[in-house]
Ligand binder design. Structure first.
Ligand code: F3S
Length: 404
């Protein structure tokens, strides 16, 4: 790889041990992918997980004195305040300490402590063609596909290295020739709401490996639906980007999305595919009863919180409902009186928190309902179980305690 004088100096330690270590990792990655050079970034997102490996690496970089040149936004862990010792369901001292250490490490590194997995919707939005380093399953496909920015599928660690050095190796989705679609996906299913985009994204096995080009979807699609599509494509498979003909910026036509080449495969997705997936993926209920409802994986927007508030205003939920959002959305909901409506009905709007965290210890063995397959998928390892249904059915289930 050809490095500039500044990059060589960084590798040699002129900018400190942390920057040298991060640059060494990135040069290694670049060499693996035959990158010819490193290119600058102005934007990054680190999919911090608050798990052991993540904390180990972040603290190691702190130990080396690393500082981010480009302050990255970060993914959620869990909200220490919401699950504090005096709360209804406190986390144990060890888990609280782990979250505190994660918080300290990323603060010391100079990250933006956003604790939100959908920064691409409001807080960290790249321009068309901008090179950046985004990790997080829904974030990478969103910035590539919807904004037309350029990011590889970074890991949390490689995105942190990029934030520290301010550079990324130029390979993969950073290059024009690797951004063309090779699989045409004809969508014949009725895409009524953002929920069907969750299910469409879970068709990874049928779609296969590559860059899908969706045909048959509307030309204007809500950000929430596009968020869901990317999140689930990276739950059912590994996709750095997709195209939607007539909707996403690099797909004005099918020919443009495919780069003028014939596709490697064509796939048809029907209502039957989505329905079968919904049934197979859901866990068993006790009768039709559920114990709780959880939304916001990926984090819900303010609009979604407002929609739920309208649906449950003046009513009482039969089971607890957890709505996971950014802290910015929490603040807006408080200012707007949405929080009061949700709280009065028995719902909790929680910032900074992900379903795949130890704070949900008290839901072990219980069966919840969610509209997100990703929400159902990851917390299974924590012995949380889920039925998946569309959002309206989920809200009705939380009101009655039963899935009808
Ligand atoms: Fe976000 Fe955690 Fe789900 S990071 S997408 S809430 S698994």
């Amino acid at each position: 790889m050809k490095l500039t004088d500044e990059q060589k100096a960084m590798l040699d330690g002129k900018y400190g041990e942390g920057a040298a270590y991060a640059m060494k990792i990135q040069v290694g990655i670049g060499e693996c992918f035959d990158a010819e050079r490193m290119v600058p970034i102005k934007r990054a997102h680190v999919a911090l997980s608050n798990q052991d490996g993540d904390l180990w690496f972040a603290e190691k970089m702190v130990g080396y004195g690393a500082k981010c040149r480009v302050a990255p936004t970060v993914n959620p862990g869990f909200c220490l305040e919401h699950f504090a010792a005096a709360s209804k369901h406190p986390v144990n001292a060890e888990d609280a300490d782990h979250m505190r250490r994660t918080d300290n490490a990323y603060r010391t590194l100079g990250a933006v402590l956003s604790y939100n997995c959908t920064p691409y919707i409001a807080t960290n939005v790249p321009n068309f063609g901008e090179v950046c380093a985004f990790s997080e399953s829904s974030a990478t496909p969103y910035v590539n596909s919807v904004w037309g920015a350029r990011s590889n599928r970074e890991s949390a660690n490689s995105a942190l290295c990029a934030a520290i050095t301010g550079f990324v190796p130029e390979y993969g989705l950073l290059l024009d020739e690797n951004r063309k679609g090779n699989i045409v996906v004809h969508v014949e299913a009725d895409m009524k709401s953002a929920y069907e985009y969750h299910l469409l994204g879970m068709m990874g096995e049928k779609i296969g490996e590559g860059i899908p080009v969706f045909v048959g979807l509307p030309h204007t699609i809500r950000p929430e639906a596009l968020r869901n599509l990317g999140a689930q494509l990276n739950t059912s498979g590994a996709y750095g980007m997709y195209h939607i003909v007539g909707c996403t910026p690099e797909a004005p036509t099918l020919e443009a999305a495919l780069g003028g080449k014939a596709p490697d495969r064509e796939v048809v997705i029907t209502d039957k595919d989505l329905k079968e997936f919904e049934e197979e993926f859901s866990d068993e209920m006790k009768g039709n009863r559920i114990d709780f409802a959880m939304f916001g994986c990926p984090h819900f927007t303010l609009e979604e919180a407002m929609y739920i508030a309208r649906r449950i205003e003046g009513k009482k939920l039969a089971v607890p409902m957890y709505i996971l959002v950014s802290s910015h959305t929490v603040q807006m909901a408080e200012r707007m009186g949405i929080m009061d409506i949700l709280t009065a009905a028995g719902a909790e709007l929680i910032g900074d928190t992900c379903p795949d965290q130890p704070c949900w210890h008290y839901l072990k063995g219980k069966v919840g309902i969610t509209e997100s397959p990703k929400c159902a998928y990851y917390p299974r390892r924590r012995n949380l179980h889920f039925v998946i249904r569309d959002l309206d059915t989920c809200i009705d289930a939380a009101l009655t305690g039963e899935v009808r």
